[in-house]
Design a protein around this ligand. Structure first.
Ligand SMILES: NC(=O)c1ccc[n+]([C@@H]2O[C@H](COP(=O)([O-])OP(=O)(O)OC[C@H]3O[C@@H](n4cnc5c(N)ncnc54)[C@H](OP(=O)(O)O)[C@@H]3O)[C@@H](O)[C@H]2O)c1
Length: 343
């Protein structure tokens, strides 16, 4: 089966910057066996989309790669051999579409939406049927898209690695997508949240979302000291390290004994001097690299968000036609939470 009409999508182009992104029209796709065709209803941007557009995410992708790791939509047609899913079902999927459950394997990068496989910045997307997650009835397409990769990653750090429990204090850095969704997931779990930002206005938004400890890292270079002091000297139990090696020494310095640290981002680049890991031994800490997560984690996250009626923080919505403006907006780093494409 195939969709009857040609469809519009974006392509990464030469990956020399955002200006290389282009909108094209493609013929209706044939649906491979075991896959479904989904009409895209919402998509969400991640920092990674900026990196891919600049050619900085591993080897350059084919110029006709459709970007976008996160989205949600309706199944409109089934490939041969697909059963147990109906046309009209509202679905999303993890961006690593072959990682269904279990431990990370490097092979998941071979089927990565928006990177090694066509993604969501399109009117239609092909997805393996076994990667699909059905949306909870009351969850919007926008919310499901927004939770996506940033939510799975925050979930992996807080739940899988962090074993978060009520009364824990977590630290998350900056007010971008991963960090703000981590704040929201931690609040759902009954934990206290410490968060940093370059902006007092953004910290005010974080407080509205439930943050307990807020520190401006620009005006307070010893932000880690401020966070430790705000926990009565004890420190934090889990760190969502979105900035990476540039802030790791400071993050470790405000950890409580036995804290768990998920190293997942590279916003701060690669510092000239390596991080000081001495605190790992003294504090009996756990430091783990994090590579997103699997379909089961996405299912668990959406179920938790639905049960608690928590909406992911969406900073701004753009139409499909405004996708390039959405990229520019994310690159400007004025957002708090997620930037979404819908309608
Ligand atoms: N390993 C994985 O599986 C995985 C998954 C998702 C994302 N990531 C990575 O995680 C990072 C965050 O992704 P995202 O999509 O959440 O990004 P994003 O939405 O673009 O977040 C950017 C925000 O981070 C803050 N920030 C930037 N530089 C900073 C610095 N040097 N120190 C402190 N905060 C800084 C800024 O917020 P303020 O203005 O508030 O400071 C900025 O607005 C990226 O490096 C991304 O590649 C990794």
């Amino acid at each position: 089966m195939s969709v009857a009409q040609p469809f519009e999508c974006f392509e990464v182009g030469e990956q020399t910057g955002l200006s290389a992104l282009r909108k094209v029209t493609r013929p209706a796709p044939a649906i491979p066996p075991g896959e479904v065709l989904v009409r895209v209803r919402a998509a969400a941007l991640n920092h990674r989309d900026l990196t891919i557009a600049k050619g900085g995410y591993g080897p350059k992708k084919p110029e006709n790669r459709i970007p976008g790791g996160d989205g949600a939509g309706e199944v409109v047609a089934l490939g041969e051999g697909v059963s147990g899913i109906e046309v009209g079902t509202r679905v999303t999927a993890p961006h690593f579409v072959s990682w269904i459950d279990g431990e990370f394997q490097p092979g998941v990068f071979m089927a990565d939406l928006g990177s090694s496989r066509d993604g969501w910045f399109s009117e239609y997307i092909l997805l393996p049927a076994n990667a699909l997650v059905t949306l909870p009835e009351s969850m919007s397409f926008e919310a499901a898209a927004a939770w996506g990769a940033a939510g799975i990653t925050a979930w992996t750090v807080l739940q899988t690695l962090g074993q978060i429990k009520p009364g824990d204090t977590i630290l998350t850095l900056g007010t971008g997508g991963v960090s703000i969704l981590a704040l929201q997931i931690a609040t759902m779990a009954g934990a206290r949240v410490a968060i940093t930002s370059s902006s007092d206005d953004k910290l005010a938004v974080a407080r509205e979302l439930g943050a307990d400890i807020t520190v401006n890292y620009r005006s307070n270079p010893d932000w880690a000291g401020a966070i430790r002091a705000a926990t009565g000297g004890r420190g934090v139990d889990i760190v969502v390290e979105t900035v990476g090696l540039a802030t790791l020494t400071q993050s470790l310095s405000c950890c409580a004994p036995n804290a768990r640290v998920g190293l997942l981002g590279a916003l701060g680049g690669r510092p000239e001097q390596g991080a000081d890991l001495g605190g790992l031994i003294l504090g009996n800490l756990v430091l783990k690299g994090i590579t997103s997560g699997n379909r089961r984690m996405l299912e668990e996250l959406l179920r938790a968000a639905d049960a608690n009626q928590v909406e992911p923080k969406i900073d701004r919505r753009f139409s499909f036609a405004e996708t390039l403006a959405a990229y520019e907006y994310l690159a400007g780093a004025g957002h708090v939470g997620k930037v979404v494409i819908a309608g």
